[in-house]
Every structure is written in structure tokens, then in C-alpha cells.
Design a protein around this ligand. Sequence first.
Ligand SMILES: [Zn+2]
Length: 93
Amino acid sequence: MKDEDLEMFMRETVKVIQYMGNDVMKLQMMFYNLLDDMGKMDRIICPSCNEEVIRPILPNIPLEDVCPSCGEDLFDKNQMSIDDWDNAKIEEE
Ligand SMILES: [Zn+2]
């Protein structure tokens, strides 16, 4: 293979990868829109940065509890544990 041919091949490969990337973006958007339409999207406002976080609700796929914008927890874990403790206490009585 000549250097020029290799260069050509590399250029074509990069082009194909870019096209594939665009298609994946399109597919993801279609998929998310479809899920949203079916009511399978969970919308949460991040308590740390107030960005809206959209999460697909799908079986067997664990939901990320971390905000993709600021990296903070979407849920106040401390508050949850206090609630659990309160509930446990009420059950004891
Ligand atoms: Zn955030």
C-alpha cells in the first residue's frame, strides 16, 4: 500500500466514523423522544445546579443518581437516611 493510499484510507475512515457519530446522536435523540412520549423519562431538577436532568426509565438499567452537569448527587442521601431512621423508630413503638 502506497503512502497516498494509506492517507486516503485514513481520511475515508475518519469520515465514516464521523457519519456514524452523527447517526448515533440522531438515534439517541429519537430514542429519548420516544421514551419521553411513552412517559418513560424521569425529569429531575438537580438540587445543586438547578439543571434539568433527564433519565430514561428502563428495566435492568440502573439510573445514575449523579448530575451530569455538576457531578453532585441528585438526591439528598442524608435526608433519605434520616427518613429511614424515623420510619424504623415509628415501627418500634
Ligand atoms: Zn447539578
